[in-house]
Design a protein around this ligand. Sequence first.
Ligand code: PGA
Length: 244
Amino acid sequence: MRTALIVGNWKMHKLIAEAVAFAADVLPRLSGARAEIALAPAFTALGPLVQATAGDRVAIYAQNVHEAPFGPFTGEVSAPMLVELGVAGVILGHSERRRLFGETDRALRRKVPAALRAGLRPILCVNERERAGDGHALRLQLQEALAGVEAERLAEVVLAYEPLWAIGTGSAAACARAQEASALVRALVGERSPAAAERVRILYGGCVTPASSGELLALPDVDGALVADASLDPASFAAIVAAA
Ligand code: PGA
């Protein structure tokens, strides 16, 4: 049985005071939830949010990490630095990192194992860019980014399927495709390790709202959601968590 995971990706939103106020508002709303919950704020709010959620059930994740533990990499942050803050995981390969900041599958091949080595749970995002059913693109991204992860640790990686072609077009098509694509992602993991494929969690990302989350999270191969816009408001984030 896979525990559902709901992750709020705040992207470049919320000052520290706003992040801490969000935590104070949302934590009581999450008390009865069965899902595992994570929030991924900007780097500046990580420490304050770790403190604001201490002893609670919300884990704090980063939105990126460098693959080296330390070194001459101006402007970068390493996995041991995040662990020192109390950060529990990291989103890797989000489509915005790939599209706007040149993140490559080759870099992810080093980042995913680096995160695992340091004790951070990686959420690896894989996208369909041009069209639905682009199994070739999903296969290439998974093969490359997971190449450095030994089979015994594959299930510790969380995968997030994001159909970029559907974002902004309404979520009905995405819902229909989400099960098919998630099953494909699971099958691709199964080519490396059938046992890992059973255990690995696959999130759906893109236009997840309180209205669409019930249908999405009921799909057999969808084990949670990666939520951006709808995670910025405590009531809507809590409603999505409640649907899981
Ligand atoms: P959204 O973003 O939830 O605002 O559609 C998804 C994403 O960019 O990961």
